[in-house]
Ligand binder design. Structure first.
Ligand code: TXA
Ligand code: MG
Length: 375
């Protein structure tokens, strides 16, 4: 039912025609795979929500490509020309900042939330007055957008509340039978989702989600500090900021301290105090562990010495490189979710600067207590 397509010219043409008929399909980007629909076709958009089992209150990011935009990536990109953004309400400062961010980071993992143009469907914006737009840096998807001559609305290609897929195989695990095709562009190079910032009419830039572009670099590019996002929990969380996003099916817990700072006594006390759901106690006999950096064998030996053999142990990056850690993060969570070992324990990610901010954020969300919001 679901075909995995190599990115040949024929397959790109078929995928473009499929999108123009109002069908949906999975596309590669440098961050994670997306589930794409023609951004201006409400029937196609409804199919995205249906396949993802995603609630309608979460807005979608619209993806554009150099070939679709006057100015391409060399001149100043004119989003108004393709009627996605209504820039008339933006102050000169806001406009200058949007242009600066586009020049500096597109194509790349930065989503700009700007005032929407009237013709952008409510299903894209979930009725908000703004629309999120980004230009992905993946040649296959850039070619697809250029060929279809359509902006593509695409959330990450996972079922709602689950981990974003970073390979075509991971997309297939999520959505086989629910979508006609997956365009295989290889493993995603960045591995965590785009950074999302909103630009208010007065020019204030707010960080809505840390991601592939470090917040410090966004701030440097506009020459002003970013406003921090408001609380990520509460009765009415900001769209897309549900704590329960990005979660494996198994319970996930973040260790109380980095492994180097943890001794046997602190470990035992923490382990005993973990909330064990009714009936799950026996499942907690052999946990798996994801360490932030270094050789996983060291951690395996320490836990064995503490009397708790690990079912699995993986390292985000043996060399402690945050780019590699981001790239591997979701694939490793998927792997630990599918193998023996419960719960999944995670070492806190050291440092919250640069890409570490996004990695630590995703690990916290993977570990957030889950509610009925996770389908
Ligand atoms: O890297 C990415 O951003 C990937 C790839 C496929 O581009 N996409 C992605 O989409 O992560 P999704 O739907 O899983 O997350 C999009 C985030 C959500 O948190 C959503 O709430 C936010 O962007 N967003 C989109 N439009 C918005 C808007 N108008 N106002 C506030 N937040 C918005
Ligand atoms: Mg997502």
């Amino acid at each position: 039912m679901t075909r995995v397509l190599a990115p040949t010219p024929e397959n790109l043409r078929d995928a473009a025609l499929s999108l123009l008929r109002g069908e949906i399909g999975a596309i590669p980007t440098e961050t994670v795979y997306g589930l794409a629909a023609d951004a201006l076709n409400p029937v196609a958009l409804a199919r995205v929500f249906e396949a993802k089992e995603r609630p309608l209150f979460d807005p979608l990011i619209v993806h554009v490509a150099p070939g679709l935009l006057p100015g391409g990536i060399h001149g100043v990109v004119d989003l108004e020309a393709i009627e996605l953004v209504d820039a008339t309400s933006l102050s000169a400062t806001a406009r200058a900042r949007a242009d600066a961010l586009i020049q500096r980071f597109w194509p790349g993992p930065l989503t700009l939330v700007l005032p929407r143009a009237a013709r952008v469907p409510d299903l894209v914006t979930s009725g908000l007055g703004s629309v999120g737009v980004r230009m992905p840096k993946h040649p296959v998807t850039q070619a697809l957008i250029a060929q279809a001559e359509r902006a593509l609305a695409a959330p990450s290609a996972n079922r709602f509340g689950r981990i974003s897929p970073t390979t075509a195989t991971a997309v297939a695990e999520e959505l086989t039978g629910k979508i006609p095709w997956i365009l295989d562009g290889g493993p995603c190079q960045v591995g965590v989702e785009s950074t999302v910032v909103s630009i208010a009419a007065d020019g204030e830039v707010t960080l809505l989600r840390p991601g592939g572009v470090p917040a410090e670099e966004v701030s440097a590019a506009i020459g002003a500090p970013l406003k921090a996002q408001t609380a990520i929990s509460g009765p009415a969380p900001a769209p897309g900021l549900l704590e329960s996003h990005y979660a494996p099916a198994k319970p996930v817990f973040i260790l109380p301290a980095p492994l180097a700072e943890l001794d046997a006594a602190a470990w035992q006390a923490w382990w005993k105090a973990l909330p064990r759901a009714e009936g799950l106690t026996s499942l907690f006999a052999r946990p798996s562990l994801l360490v932030a950096q270094g050789d996983p064998r060291h951690a395996t030996e320490r836990f064995a010495a503490w009397g708790l053999p690990l079912a699995q142990c993986r390292s985000l990056s043996v060399a402690g490189d945050s780019r590699e850690a981001a790239q591997r993060l979701f694939a490793l969570l998927r792997e630990l979710d599918s193998l023996e070992g419960t719960p999944i324990l995670v070492e806190p990610y050291p440092g919250e600067r640069g890409l570490g901010h996004a990695i630590a954020d995703r690990l916290r969300r993977a570990a957030a207590r889950r509610t009925e919001s996770r389908a």
